[in-house]
Design a protein around this ligand. Structure first.
Ligand code: DQA
Length: 141
């Protein structure tokens, strides 16, 4: 199974940004974690990160016929982006939403997810392990 993992804005600053919320492990640590979970579970993983909404839309569109599923942590775009939601709906690949932190236990504006409407599951508040859960979910599917 070929899975595209998309990480949105500021996730490249893991290990530096708000370590009280996101922890001290870096984005490179996250990439290594995802690759090793993929290898263990028998999935072929490609990771992509961008701080730009349109670039994320382009990447989702390009996933058609190249990937069997998408895992996305849209970061702040979770709470604002109809464009990313529409792109996910357009390609209609099985998609799982992941958040490192428990978005429902934070500010009210983080409780809203536009992206969720195109996802078969959401894992929130499990740290890196949420990505592994997402791989498992897609493989079950
Ligand atoms: C996040 C939660 C979002 O609310 C926030 O904007 C992020 C990261 C998470 O992984 O917990 O940048 O998606």
């Amino acid at each position: 199974m070929r899975i595209l993992v998309i990480n949105g804005p500021n996730l490249n600053l893991l290990g530096i940004r708000e370590t009280n919320i996101y922890g001290s492990q870096t984005y490179e640590d996250l990439l290594a974690y995802i690759q090793s979970a993929g290898a263990e579970l028998g999935a072929q993983i490609t990771c992509f990160q961008s701080n730009h909404e349109g670039v994320i839309v382009d990447k989702i569109q390009s996933a058609l016929e190249t990937f069997d599923g998408i895992i996305i942590n849209p970061a702040a775009y979770t709470h604002t982006s109809v464009a990313i939601l529409d792109a996910l709906k357009a390609v209609a690949l099985p998609t799982v939403e992941v958040h490192l932190s428990d978005v429902c236990a934070r500010e009210d504006f983080r409780k809203i997810s536009f992206i969720r409407h195109a996802c078969l599951a959401t894992f929130s508040g499990h740290g890196f392990a949420g990505y592994r859960m997402a791989i498992e979910k897609l493989m079950e599917k």
